[in-house]
Design a protein around this ligand. Structure first.
Ligand code: BGC
Ligand code: BGC
Length: 788
C-alpha cells in the first residue's frame, strides 16, 4: 500500500544529492533504536546483592540516558522498552522507505529544520504489512523551502531518517539515508550500560546487543571511601556540624576556627576573600579539614577586577555550542582560582518558562535540552575532568525554579521564589533532565531552590532531595541550601526548619551571619534524636568526598599561576567568540533594496543609545555587585569601543543628535541590570519595551533620511518590543554579552555571519507564557535566527 503522503515521483539528478548525506550525518546524533530487554544482578566484591544501584542505558553521543532504573533489594534490575521490534524498515532500490509490520503500529513522521527545530509532525497508524513512505515533503508548510530532516519514530526509537529538500514549489526530493539495522545488531556501536552507586566505582559495560541477561555484575568499592572513613573516625560531633555549615565572609571568618565551619562564601554583595589567611584558620582546627570558598561565578569571575566576563547563560544558549561552554567553564575555573575562590555556584540550569521572571537570563533557555547539554558542558569545564585547574561546580536551583506560577512569588515579586503549580510529570519532563545530565557529569554540589513545587518547599522536600536526586539519579555529592532559605520553611520556628531541611537531604546550610544558630539548632536536634547521627554522617561523608575529589584534602592551597590568567588576551578572545556566536538576528529588512545588515563596508556608521558605551549595562546582574550596575567595568570593552576597533575609529560617530551623512545608524538599547528578587516584570511593563522620546525622535530622523536603523537589544530575556521594531529596520538580540563588546561589532560588520538561534521563544505583545512546543505562535519561534 502506498501512503497518501507519497506524491509525485520526482527524480533528482544523482549529482545534486552527493553533498547531503555527508551533511546529514554530521548534523544528526545517532538516535536510539531497537527494542530493549536487558536484565541482570548487581553485587559487591563479597557477593552481596546491591540495592539502589542506578543503571542507565546510554547511547553514543547522547547526553541523557535512553532508559534508566535502579536495582531492587535483591540487586536485580530490568530495562524493558516494551517494544517488540515489530517495525522493520528498509530502503528499496529507488531509495524509498519500506516499512514491514508484523502488527499494526503508530509511528510519528517528523520534519525538522537542520537546526533541530520541529517543523511538522504527523502520526501514521500503519496497518500490519508493507507500507511505503516516499515524499514526506508534502507535510511542509507551503512556504517552507530548503533542506529538512525527516524522521520516522516509534516511541523514542528512530526507525529511519533522511533528507527532504524543497527548492521551490513542486521541486522536491527525499532521500532516506539511514535505517534501523536488523534486530540482531540493534545495539548501535557504543551503546553501554552505566552503573553507579554511592561509595562504589562507576562501572561502564559496553553492550553487544540490547536484549541480554547480563547476570552478575560486580561493583568495586571506591578506595576513596577508606580515606573518608579514616578522617571521619577522628571527628567529633562539633567537627561534623561545622563541616555542614557555610558562613559568610566577615562574620564567618573567625568561626572557621571556633565553630570549625566547612565553608565560607561571598554573596552578591561581599568582596573577595584572602583565601590563604582563611584556609590557615581552617587548617589550625583540631582536625585541620580544609575549607572551600564559594562565589556566584555565573558568567565568569565577575566579582574580580579585570576578569573576563562572559555572556550570561541565556546568550550561551543561543550558541548551542557545548564545546564553547566547556571552554568558558575552564577559563572561569582558572580566573576563580586566581581570585582566591574554589566553588562556583554555577551552572544555574533553571528552565525558565515565563520570561517575566527576573532570573530568566541565568538559565540557558526554555527547553530541558539546553539545560542538559550546556549545563553538563559548563560542569565539565569548571570541574576540569581531572585537570589541576578545577573548581567545584554547583547545579542550581533544584528543582523547577524556572517553573513557578505567576502570582506565587515571595519577596514582593510575582514569580521569584514562588510555587511551581505543575504536576510531577511536567516537573520531570521540563526541569529534571538538566540534573540527570549534571549528575552523570559528576557535579559535586547541588543547590536547593527557594521555590516550592505544588505547595511544598524544595528545601523540605525529602522525596525530591533524597528520593529523586540522591537515590534515583545517584547523586553522591552534597546538597547546599540557598542563602538563608532554611529559615523560610517555618518562619517562626527555626529549629523545626533546620530539622526538616536536614532530614529532607540538605547537607550543608548556607547560613550567612547565622552559622552559630544553625549549629546550635542542629546540635539540639541530634541530641534529642530528631536528626539521626546516620543522617549527619551521610552529610559529612558527602562533603568530605567532594573535598577529596576537588583535591582540596591533599592540597589545601590553591594552585599558583606563573602568568596571571585573569582577563588574559586568550580568555578575552573566547569571551568575544561567545558574544558573536550568541547574537540572534530577529529582523533584517531591506532599505532601498539592500538588507540593513551587515553594515556598509564604507562610510560613517552612527552609534547611539543608552547601552552603547556602558560595560556595566552589558554585563547585567551578578557583576561586581549583586544586582549589577551601570558604569565602567575594569578591563571591559563596551560595544561602542568594540565598534571603533573593528570598523576603525574614523568610521564611527556618536552624539546626541543625528550624524549627517551616516550610512547606517546603530542604536544599542536595553534593560537596566537586575538580579533575583528585583527583576520580575508586571505585564504593563513587559508588554512593550519603552523607548524614550529623544531616542525615538533620533531613530525616526535617520529613517526619514533613508538611513537604515539597526537596533541592538541588550536584555536578560526575550520580551515584546513592538515600538522598537516599528522604529528599526534590523533587530539583533544581544542578551547580556559581558565584557567583550567587540563581539557585537564582529557580526554587525559582516566579519562573521550570525549563527545564534533563539534559546527561547520571542513573544509578541500580550504573550506572557509562550514556550517551544506549546502550540502558540510567538513573534519569533525557539530556534529562529537569521543569517546572511
Ligand atoms: C541565590 C543563589 C546564590 C546565593 C549566594 C541566593 O540568593 O538564589 O543563586 O548562589 O544567593 O549568593
Ligand atoms: C545574595 C546576597 C545578597 C542577599 C540580600 C542573597 O541572595 O546572594 O549576595 O546580599 O541576598 O538579601
Amino acid at each position: 500500500m502506498d501512503l497518501e503522503i507519497a506524491e509525485t515521483d520526482l527524480s533528482t539528478p544523482e549529482s545534486d544529492m552527493l553533498a547531503f548525506p555527508v551533511v546529514l550525518s554530521a548534523l544528526l546524533p545517532l538516535m536510539p533504536s531497537g527494542a530493549v530487554h536487558l536484565k541482570g544482578r548487581v553485587l559487591d566484591a563479597l557477593g552481596t546483592a546491591l540495592p539502589e544501584v542506578v543503571v542507565e542505558l546510554v547511547e553514543p553521543e547522547s547526553i541523557l540516558p535512553r532508559m534508566s532504573t535502579g536495582t531492587g533489594l535483591d540487586g536485580t534490575f530490568a530495562l524493558d522498552s516494551g517494544e517488540t521490534d515489530a517495525v522493520a524498515p528498509r530502503l528499496d532500490g529507488a531509495g524509498r522507505l519500506v516499512v514491514e509490520l508484523s502488527r499494526a503500529a503508530a509511528v510519528r513522521l517528523e520534519l525538522l529544520s537542520v537546526a533541530g527545530h520541529l517543523v511538522a509532525v504527523r502520526t501514521l497508524d500503519l496497518p500490519a504489512g508493507r507500507t511505503v513512505i516516499d515524499h514526506p515533503g508534502s507535510m511542509l508548510p507551503a512556504s517552507s523551502t530548503g533542506v529538512h530532516v525527516a524522521r520516522v519514530r516509534e516511541g523514542r526509537s528512530v526507525l529511519a531518517q533522511g533528507l527532504v529538500a524543497r527548492l521551490g514549489a513542486g521541486e522536491e526530493w527525499t532521500r532516506w539515508v539511514s535505517q534501523t539495522p536488523a534486530r540482531r545488531s540493534a545495539a548501535t556501536a557504543g551503546s553501554r550500560l552505566e552503573l553507579r552507586r554511592e561509595g562504589f566505582l562507576r562501572k561502564i559495560l559496553p553492550l553487544e546487543g540490547l536484549s541480554a541477561d547480563l547476570r552478575d555484575i560486580v561493583l568495586e568499592r571506591d578506595p576513596l571511601e577508606d580515606r573518608i572513613d579514616s578522617v571521619m573516625a577522628k571527628m567529633e560531633l562539633a567537627d561534623k556540624l561545622g563541616q555542614m555549615t557555610q558562613g559568610v565572609l566577615g562574620t564567618g571568618d573567625a568561626a572557621l576556627g571556633t565553630m570549625r565551619l566547612g565553608s565560607l562564601l561571598s554573596g552578591g554583595g561581599e568582596p573577595l576573600p584572602d583565601y590563604d589567611a582563611l584556609q590557615d584558620i581552617a587548617l589550625g582546627t583540631p582536625r585541620g579539614i580544609p575549607m572551600i570558598y564559594g562565589i556566584d561565578a555565573v558568567h565568569g569571575t565577575a566579582k574580580l577586577e579585570g576578569a573576563t566576563i562572559f555572556p550570561h547563560h541565556i546568550g550561551l544558549g543561543a550558541t548551542r555550542d557545548s564545546s564553547l561552554v566547556r571552554r568558558i567553564g575552564e577559563i572561569t575555573a582558572t580566573e576563580m582560582l586566581a581570585s582566591g575562590t574554589d566553588w562556583a555556584f554555577s551552572p544555574c540550569i533553571a528552565v525558565p518558562q515565563d520570561d517575566r521572571w527576573g532570573r530568566t537570563y541565568e538559565g540557558f533557555g526554555e527547553t530541558p535540552e539546553l539545560a542538559a547539554l550546556l549545563g553538563a558542558a559548563e560542569i565539565r569545564g569548571l570541574q576540569g575532568a581531572g585537570k589541576t585547574w578545577s573548581v567545584l561546580a554547583c547545579a542550581k536551583h533544584f528543582l523547577a525554579d524556572g517553573g513557578t506560577t505567576w502570582g506565587t512569588g515571595t519577596q514582593n515579586t510575582a514569580l521569584d521564589q514562588g510555587d511551581a503549580l505543575i504536576d510531577m510529570e511536567a516537573v520531570r519532563r521540563t526541569h529534571l533532565p538538566g540534573y540527570v545530565a549534571a549528575v552523570r557529569e559528576g557535579v559535586g554540589s547541588v543547590m536547593a531552590s527557594y521555590s516550592s513545587i505544588a505547595g511544598k518547599r524544595n528545601h523540605a522536600n525529602g522525596e525530591l532531595l533524597t528520593g529523586v536526586l540522591k537515590k534515583e539519579l545517584g547523586f553522591d555529592g552534597f546538597v547546599v541550601s540557598d542563602w538563608l532559605a532554611i529559615g523560610q520553611i517555618h518562619p517562626l520556628d527555626y529549629e523545626a526548619s533546620v530539622r526538616d531541611a536536614v532530614n529532607a537531604g540538605v547537607d550543608m546550610g548556607m547560613e550567612p551571619n547565622q552559622h552559630k544558630e544553625f549549629i546550635l539548632a542542629l546540635n539540639r536536634l541530634v541530641t534529642n534524636g530528631d536528626v539521626s547521627m546516620a543522617r549527619i554522617d551521610d552529610a559529612v561523608r558527602r562533603i568530605l568526598r567532594t573535598k577529596f575529589r576537588l583535591g582540596r584534602m591533599d592540597a589545601p592551597r590553591l594552585p599558583v599561576f606563573f602568568t596571571d590568567p585573569v582577563g588574559s588576551p586568550a580568555h578575552r578572545a573566547v569571551g568575544r567568540e561567545a558574544v558573536r556566536r550568541s547574537l540572534v538576528v530577529l529582523v533584517n529588512d531591506s532599505v532601498l533594496g539592500k538588507p540593513a545588515l551587515p553594515l556598509p563596508t564604507e562610510g560613517v556608521i552612527a552609534v547611539h543609545g543608552s547601552h552603547s558605551d556602558d560595560a556595566g549595562l552589558q554585563c547585567g546582574g551578578w557583576t561586581m555587585g549583586w544586582q549589577g550596575a551601570a558604569g565602567a567595568v575594569t578591563g571591559a570593552t563596551t560595544i561602542l569601543s568594540g565598534m571603533r576597533s573593528v570598523f576603525g575609529s574614523e568610521r564611527i560617530a556618536t552624539g546626541a543628535t543625528r550624524i549627517t551623512g551616516a550610512k547606517a545608524a546603530v542604536f544599542v538599547l536595553g534593560e537596566q541590570p537586575y538580579a533575583e528578587m528585583r527583576g520580575d516584570l508586571e505585564d504593563r511593563d513587559f508588554d512593550d519595551f519603552p523607548v524614550d522620546a529623544a531616542t525615538a525622535a533620533l531613530m525616526a530622523s535617520y529613517r526619514s533620511a533613508g538611513v537604515p536603523v539597526v537596533t541592538v537589544f541588550v536584555s536578560g530575556r526575550a520580551r515584546p518590543v513592538p515600538t522598537l521594531l516599528g522604529a528599526s529596520d534590523a533587530f539583533v538580540a544581544a542578551w547580556l554579552p559581558g565584557s567583550e563588546g567587540a563581539g557585537v561589532a564582529d557580526v554587525l560588520s559582516g566579519t562573521f555571519a550570525p549563527t545564534g538561534i533563539l534559546p527561547v521563544s520571542w513573544p509578541s505583545p500580550g504573550q506572557t507564557l509562550v514556550n517551544h512546543g506549546d502550540g502558540k505562535v510567538p513573534f519569533r519561534p525557539y530556534g529562529f535566527g537569521l543569517t546572511w
